[in-house]
Design a protein around this ligand. Structure first.
Ligand code: ATP
Ligand code: MG
Length: 245
């Protein structure tokens, strides 16, 4: 399990959750980014060992940090130059990854699945080198039904051949059926758990619904680290304050 701290913009203690800029190229919070490098190492190791390249990011309930994890992990994987990475906004209901990119929903995944756009038309570059993205597309009445169709299966098979790593930003497991619907199409999931927020019974229930064998690793998000003195005490000279970095 990888623990991700609260994001601290420019080293300032978080007053509340501050929106994390999903595609910014920069390191405003060194510890935050360092932890994503830890997650990257875990993912790269498992992916290379078991030949995995298509991972979903999910959680039990809403607001646990899936989209942030998806974007930051994707950005971190792409930054080494070793992997060509694709993010897909499979959360058609919210499309937060799409909004975080500052882009329009369309043409995106749903247009492609409904036959209104080609793969070339929905693939977009991001501000991060080696990192591409497919936006959610327009809202549809029943995303789970669309994702259960053969077109989604063949879509994943096709993108598998063009990228080294594909990360799907998915909805949470408990409120809607979308993520359990697509679980067999992925090589596994990274399960995000928001520290001190999600009841453990819900985590267990979500794990059961997803199937534990589909969970490759877990992220404990928003771990509280209170002050710079905390960083210095435990991370010593390895931790450099962002302002002086
Ligand atoms: N480690 C963190 N530090 C500070 N803010 C965070 C952190 N992780 C997430 N957030 C913020 O919390 C909010 C929810 O995060 P995010 O959108 O990634 O969750 P989600 O699980 O994708 O939610 P949803 O289920 O609604 O799609 C966002 O505003 C995000 O910027
Ligand atoms: Mg999200």
């Amino acid at each position: 399990m990888i623990k991700i701290p609260f994001f601290r913009k420019n080293g300032k203690p978080p007053e509340a959750r501050c929106p994390v800029d999903l595609f910014k190229v920069g390191q405003e919070d060194l510890l935050f980014h360092e932890k994503f490098k830890g997650l990257r190492a875990m993912v790269e190791q498992k992916a290379d060992l078991h030949q995995m390249r298509l991972l979903g990011i999910t959680s039990s309930i809403a607001g646990e940090g899936k989209t942030v994890t998806c974007a930051q992990l994707g950005r971190s994987l792409a930054s080494t130059g070793r992997k060509k990475v694709l993010l897909v906004d499979v959360d058609i209901r919210k499309a937060d990854l799409t909004h975080g990119m500052g882009g329009h929903r369309s043409p995106g995944l749903t247009e492609y699945l409904l036959g209104g756009a080609t793969l070339q038309q929905i693939l977009r570059a991001t501000r991060v080198p080696n990192l591409s993205m497919i936006t959610s597309g327009i809202e549809v009445n029943s995303p789970a039904d669309l994702l259960a169709g053969d077109k989604f299966k063949s879509f994943l098979q096709e993108i598998r051949t063009s990228y080294d790593m594909i990360l799907l930003d998915t909805p949470p497991v408990l409120p809607v059926a979308d993520t359990p619907t697509i679980r067999d199409q992925t090589d596994g999931f990274i399960f995000v758990y928001r520290a001190g927020f999600t009841p453990y019974t819900m985590v267990r229930q979500a794990m059961e619904e997803l199937g534990e064998k589909h969970v490759l690793g877990a992220v404990l998000n928003e771990v509280e680290v209170s002050s710079d003195s905390y960083y210095r005490k435990y991370y010593g000279t390895y931790y450099v304050k962002p302002e002086s970095a």
